[in-house]
Design a protein around this ligand. Structure first.
Ligand code: GLC
Length: 663
């Protein structure tokens, strides 16, 4: 059952798509106070587990830390960080009482989950203006499904998006892209997408192409498609301030940019230098910005990634003026005028500052709303701008879209990638743990920068991370400018990379089926073990293995120099390893703890007792996979219902999409 409680005057986020009457009285769990801001407190039982929060730091069980929903462009995802790029304010308390809560609140909100007091849950924010949804159900899994129903169907990408993608910030010319395609081809490693980072644009201007490097772009898009490669360009939030640039001129003329209190357009510096932010919370501006994606769609582009949409601000005009004044004072009066640590502090905090978020406004149905009060909705609405435009521009076709920043509700318009991680083993594990939480909040098409974005990677880290990426819907290798090159062909053992990536392609019919079933039934693609084995006291605490669909469990290796890992089996399972040249080894293992060896080129997975999984031959790209007669691996006598459609259009409800396969 779901009850909605309304406090004060909530901003309408459109996160929830179902109309509900407000309930009377107070929620049956915990205490709620709205005297000074909003505060919910709950005494947790010692054994209670808290799930949720989507894209957030740390574990699947969120207990023992403080998380702050405050969409932030912070590339250092260390263990102490409270905020990442997203705001997914849904939690489930499971234990002495089991319930879920969605705090539909668009600004900064803090989840103190046993941080200040070990057994106390405290959710608080500055204003008591909120829609609060309280969900009761038999199990956390049941609560998640109820929640998913009220927030609407998750975004479904085209099928090619289940292929492997290569990205790097630093591909500049057509030849850079050609080289990537050619090297993958020569290495006989499948590839479906190459991502275009900001360098494809002219001076980092949205909806432009670099004039020197991308002449005759449609022909180039086609040239790549002829090699089975789709180009996926990035779109950034900030629109460059430049006379004569059509997007800038249109935005200014129509008041489509975010404004200061005095009515002038707010200026924030990002990659292009000074920019204005499109006011994506304003319906008209949203439509206008979204329609501009047609610039690239019309040239043959079928997918995008939306970036810097927290929105990221390197500095504002106001912030820079303050710093200049401090510097002047320092140069005239030295430490006496401005102590160095003040100056340093000011410079260090000039990016993505709440001082700046307080300086600009959105026009929402004629009312000026301060950005600070709706901060967490920007990335969501930028992606919504695109999603709504795709519905108008190409209504029958699926367009790939994923975003860096997000709020619940955005899951209907796009997936997400988890932003600027590092080439650290700990981030491989963080990637794994984040996946089920993201799914709980509706984000199914998700993945991390495989190999790590920042810092120099190593061959073994890329291989192990790819072996996890085999199972994440978004499988993309991406790295930052200036870091070690990490395309699969850059390393010694190309054949190892081939077997890992080929495993992905062999499993696409299965992974796609499970993704589609999860999307169409408001279900989870990745589940914590506790959702499947709630009675198993060991399984409920396992955080480094995940259930995928109804058939398999994954347990990637995430430790350097390890020859394998320990894995806990809550029931008998078939341990499967994918090796070179299509080799598959199978071994039935009993319930309990096992050490399994996994070489760098191998991909391990576990098939649940009585289940089977379809496997096909690998191919150069998704379109070339032949799934007419998949091989079934797993338990004899089992059957599997496979979902298949053309992967392009939206004929999701057709019963012909399902096929029962028997082993
Ligand atoms: C941001 C993105 C990253 C991208 C870079 C340059 O840091 O998160 O993926 O490569 O900007 O556009």
């Amino acid at each position: 059952m779901i009850q909605k409680y309304v406090y004060g005057n909530p901003f309408s986020t459109d996160a929830v798509t179902v109309q509900m009457e407000a309930a009377e009285g107070a929620p049956q769990f915990g205490q709620l106070c709205t005297d000074e801001g909003f505060c919910f407190t709950y005494e947790m039982g010692k054994e209670d587990i808290v799930y949720g929060l989507g894209e957030a730091n740390r574990g699947i069980n969120k207990r023992g830390f403080r998380y702050v929903s405050d969409c932030a462009d912070d590339p250092n995802h260390t263990e102490d960080k409270n905020s990442l790029y997203a705001a997914h304010n849904f939690i489930i308390v499971a234990g002495k009482e089991t319930f879920g809560m969605f705090f539909d609140y668009p600004s900064v909100i803090t989840f103190d989950i046993g941080y200040t007091n070990l057994d106390k849950l405290k959710v608080s924010c500055a204003h008591a203006d909120m829609n609060l949804y309280v969900i009761t159900g038999e199990t956390p899994y049941d609560i998640v499904k109820q929640f998913r129903k009220i927030i609407g169907r998750s975004f479904i990408p085209p099928k090619f998006a289940f292929g492997f993608g290569q990205s790097r910030w630093g591909y500049v010319t057509k030849d850079d892209f050609r080289t990537v395609a050619q090297k993958y081809h020569e290495s006989r490693i499948p590839l479906d997408m190459i991502y275009m980072d900001i360098d494809y644009m002219q001076d980092y201007k949205d909806f432009t192409l670099n004039e020197e490097n991308f002449q005759e772009f449609p022909a180039f898009v086609q040239e790549m498609k002829d090699q089975h490669i789709r180009l996926i360009p990035i779109i950034d939030a900030g629109v460059k301030v430049e006379e004569g640039y059509d997007i800038y001129e249109e935005g200014v003329a129509n008041n489509y940019f975010c404004k200061r209190a005095d009515g002038t357009d707010f200026v924030a510096a990002v990659w292009p230098g000074d920019t204005h932010f499109p006011d994506v919370l304003n319906k008209d501006a949203r439509k206008w910005f979204g329609d501009h994606y047609s610039f690239l769609i019309d040239q043959g582009i079928e997918g995008f990634w939306n970036d810097m949409n927290e929105p990221a601000i390197f500095y504002s005009t106001e912030g820079m003026t303050e710093i200049k004044e401090m510097l002047k004072k320092f140069s005239e009066e030295g430490e006496k005028g401005v102590p160095m640590f003040h100056l340093m502090g000011k410079i260090m905090s000039m990016s993505n500052s709440h001082e700046d978020y307080k300086r600009f406004y959105h026009n929402v149905d004629g009312k000026m709303v301060c950005h600070e009060d709706v901060h967490n909705l920007f990335g969501y609405n930028m992606t919504r701008a695109a999603g709504e435009a795709f519905e108008r521009l190409v209504p029958d076709k699926r367009i790939l879209m994923f975003s860096r920043s997000s709020y619940v509700g955005m899951h209907r318009y796009g997936g997400i990638w988890t932003g600027d991680n590092k080439s650290w083993w700990s981030h491989l594990l963080l990637n794994l743990k984040m996946m089920p939480s993201l799914n709980m909040c509706g984000f199914l098409y998700t993945g991390a920068d495989l190999g790590g974005f920042g810092a120099d990677t190593t061959e073994d880290l890329v291989l192990r991370w790819l072996a996890l990426g085999v199972f994440t819907p978004l499988m993309r290798n991406h790295a930052a400018r200036g870091t070690r090159e990490q395309e699969c062909y850059q390393f010694d053992h190309i054949e190892d990379f081939r077997s890992v990536v080929e495993t992905r392609y062999r499993l696409i019919p299965y992974l796609y089926s499970e993704f589609m079933k999860a999307a169409l039934n408001n279900d989870l693609y990745f589940k914590p073990l506790s959702f499947v084995y709630p009675e198993d006291e060991i399984a409920v605490r396992v955080e480094d293995q995940l259930m995928l669909g109804d058939e398999i469990m994954i347990a990637p290796v995430y430790t350097q120099n390890a020859k394998g890992r320990y894995v806990y089996l809550p029931e008998e399972m078939m341990f499967v390893k994918f090796g070179r040249d299509g080799e598959i080894t199978e071994k039935v293992l009993e319930k309990g703890l096992h050490y399994v060896e996994v070489a760098l080129h191998e991909v391990p997975m576990f098939i649940r007792k009585g289940k089977c999984v379809p496997v096909v031959a690998s191919a150069e790209c998704v379109d070339d996979l032949d799934s007419t007669a998949p091989e079934l691996i797993g338990y004899a006598g089992s059957e599997y219902t496979m979902y298949e459609d053309d992967g392009v259009h939206k004929d999701y409800e057709n019963p012909k999409n399902y096929r029962v396969l028997r082993k």
